[in-house]
Design a protein around this ligand. Structure first.
Ligand SMILES: Nc1ncnc2c1ncn2[C@@H]1O[C@H](COP(=O)(O)OP(=O)(O)OP(=O)(O)O)[C@@H](O)[C@H]1O
Length: 630
């Protein structure tokens, strides 16, 4: 009980009953006179003719039963075993269909019931008169009734479990809740507990990146079409307007929008090429090839179409949307606005502080090289060329995760001027080299004539010779040996490092996910507690909450959440909660002592037993929640 201490514990007599004279006294001389407790509890004693030394009334003599316990019994244990034997809740309509209570606990898993402070673990078995000769106590071994149901079950007030009582509680309407959680087939649900896959919808066939920023608000007056070939809710992903300086893609202006596809409700990136008249439908053949190229460093091409919805002849390319993506230019090269610095040294003064460009760490550069090389390899292997390797067309979609965007666009735009694919692939490598210069030197024109030597010096000072060699290899004049495979040979040591890092990252993410799975389990358990504990419709019915399984669950809830320290202050200890809930979820054999709120009694039960109680009580509720549908 590391987390539990009652402030004024005088009311609780935590003593070994063996040491209590008044408890022992009757044992010495009254065993023959005392009524056998099995009679009081179960109505009969199966050891009556097998040596039980207590008195057994003749069949005509009515048993006093548990309703009139002696004052002494009330003090030491208000939770009588019979009270614990109260049946699990079974709604009337289900009573006939519900299987009888579960089989008795095995002898190794007894449910201990002990007066407060007399843990059998610490002090050996309690000395309860009337229990001698009895087998391991079994709280679920009800005397059988005529229909195979327990006698207590037959005694239940039929109105208490009236079917109609559920109608008023619309918040428990199973139709309004997650169907996977509230399976309409209770027996299956009972035997097959919740699986995580029920909660995580399968990803769509073609991977679509995060939809987390689904709250984009379309700018008012953007004058965009409401609907466009099955896409709606267009939002520009870049600044638009007359004052914005625009760059051309080839000879055309382009704008990227985020839009929702009506058929699947997912966001996509739409690149619109303005004022482009498509001459031949065959230009779209490249899109078919590109849509089959799936690679982690290439933004997938979905489709392309022409439209007049923008009041011009526009060509639109649809790509996978990556939330919060930024171009390499925006991340590394774009001059940052100066920030206001405050100096207090000579009075209070303020001045602007320019942001100096930061040098990209060598490890990041290598990661970029390996990722881009891998993408190029994929494209070249299928006989295509990327044709656009540029700091403004490579997106950073995660930590150091880059993807080449705009694939297929140039193929369509320049469809009428066919070029040798070998030359185009060589150009890919040259563009890759220029990109490397730009990233290392923080300058998009770093590889151009007048900057070239300065850039080489800069790279020599700030990076290892290997990076410089790779950059020089890429921008060198093409020859028969200059290919993506040769580049990969050149950088294979870094490819291995990149792969190790990627695997480590995967392991880390998996670990993170595992802890999220733990959280999911705990949330599910907490929800079950919420469903079971203190249900308002049973507020005036003590049998629901004050006896049997629900009572154990309620006391366990107190044990987990409502403990107080020695000063009576609430103990808010998340670790304790997590430890308890995890043990409960695992259903361990470890036992806990649950103390009644009046502190007059306690129960010692295993987590396994508590878990079973919760599952059964929750199962009763789920069965009850679906009975009107059947
Ligand atoms: N597939 C995509 N998913 C998410 N955002 C994207 C996607 N493609 C482009 N974007 C975003 O759209 C914006 C505009 O893209 P674009 O390729 O036009 O870059 P840019 O920097 O404007 O280049 P340019 O000036 O040459 O047009 C960028 O901020 C980019 O992050």
């Amino acid at each position: 009980m590391a987390f539990f201490a009652r402030p004024q514990s005088t009311a609780v007599r935590i003593v070994d009953p063996n040491s209590q004279d008044e408890l022992k006294a009757p044992k010495k001389d009254s065993t023959q006179r005392k009524q056998c407790r099995n009679i009081m509890i179960h109505g009969y004693c199966k050891f009556q003719d097998k040596g039980c030394i207590y008195s057994h009334p003749s069949p005509e003599t009515p048993s006093p039963g548990p309703a009139s316990p002696s004052p002494q019994e009330t003090r030491t244990s208000t939770i009588t075993p019979r009270a614990l034997n109260a049946p699990v809740f079974v709604p009337k309509a289900l009573a006939a269909a519900t299987p009888p209570p579960p089989p008795p606990l095995s002898a190794e898993q007894p449910l201990d019931i002990t007066p407060a402070g007399t843990s059998p673990i610490a002090q050996g078995p309690p000395d309860f008169q009337g229990y001698e000769g009895q087998e391991a106590y079994d709280p679920y071994a009800y005397p059988e009734g005529e229909n195979g149901l327990s006698k207590q079950m037959e005694e239940l007030d039929p109105h208490f479990y009236d079917d109609n009582q559920y109608v008023a509680y619309s918040e428990y309407d199973p139709n309004a809740l997650d169907a996977s959680y509230y399976s309409p087939v209770p027996p299956v649900y009972m035997r097959q507990p919740l699986d995580y896959h029920l909660y995580t919808p399968a990803p769509p066939a073609g991977f679509v990146a995060s939809t987390s920023d689904s709250h984009l608000i379309a700018p008012i007056g953007s004058n965009l079409p409401d609907e466009l070939q099955g896409y709606h809710t267009l939002v520009p992903l870049e600044s638009t307007g007359d004052t914005v300086e625009r760059r051309k893609l080839g000879n055309w202006y382009s704008t990227v929008y985020r839009a929702i596809r009506s058929s699947d409700g997912l966001p996509y990136a739409l690149r619109r090429i303005e004022n482009y008249r498509l001459m031949h439908q065959s230009a779209f053949s490249a899109i078919e090839i590109w849509s089959r190229i799936q690679h982690p460093n290439i933004i997938t091409v979905k489709e392309a179409f022409t439209t007049r919805s923008f009041n011009d002849n526009s060509l639109v390319f649809v790509h996978t949307y990556h939330a919060d993506a930024q171009t390499l230019f925006d991340v590394h090269l774009k001059p940052k606005p100066p920030t206001m610095q405050t100096h207090y040294q000579h009075g209070r003064s303020q001045h602007l502080q320019a942001h100096l460009p930061t040098i990209i760490p060598e490890r990041t550069i290598w990661s970029y090289i390996v990722q881009i090389a891998s993408a190029i390899k994929k494209v070249h292997d299928v006989g295509q060329a990327v044709r656009m390797i540029d700091v403004t067309k490579i997106l950073v979609t995660g930590q150091n995760r880059i993807r080449i965007s705009s694939c297929g666009v140039i193929d369509v735009l320049l469809h009428d001027t066919p070029q040798d694919i070998g030359i185009l692939q060589q150009e890919d490598l040259t563009m890759f080299g220029r990109l490397l210069f730009a990233l290392c030197c923080n300058n998009v024109t770093a590889s151009s004539g007048q900057n070239f030597q300065k850039s080489l010096d800069f790279m020599g000072r700030n990076y290892s010779p290997d990076i410089k060699n790779v950059a020089l290899f890429l921008i060198s004049k093409g020859g028969p040996h200059r290919s993506i495979d040769q580049l990969l040979d050149l950088i294979r040591g870094n490819v291995v490092v990149e792969m190790e890092d990627a695997l480590n990252a995967t392991d880390r993410l998996e670990n993170e996910l595992l802890s999220e799975l733990e959280n999911a389990r705990l949330v599910r358990l907490l929800c079950k507690f919420g469903f079971i504990n203190e249900r308002p419709e049973f507020a005036r019915e003590p049998r629901w909450s004050e006896t049997g399984d629900r009572y154990i669950i309620k006391l366990f809830r107190d044990y987990v959440f409502h403990q107080v320290d020695e000063h009576g202050n609430p103990v808010v200890n998340l670790s304790h909660v997590l430890v308890c809930l995890n043990k409960l979820d695992a259903g361990t054999d470890e036992k806990v002592m649950l103390v009644a709120r009046d502190e007059q009694s306690c129960l010692i039960v295993s987590y396994k037993e508590i878990k079973r109680c919760i599952e059964e009580a929750f199962g009763d509720l789920t069965r009850a929640s679906t009975k009107h549908r059947r």
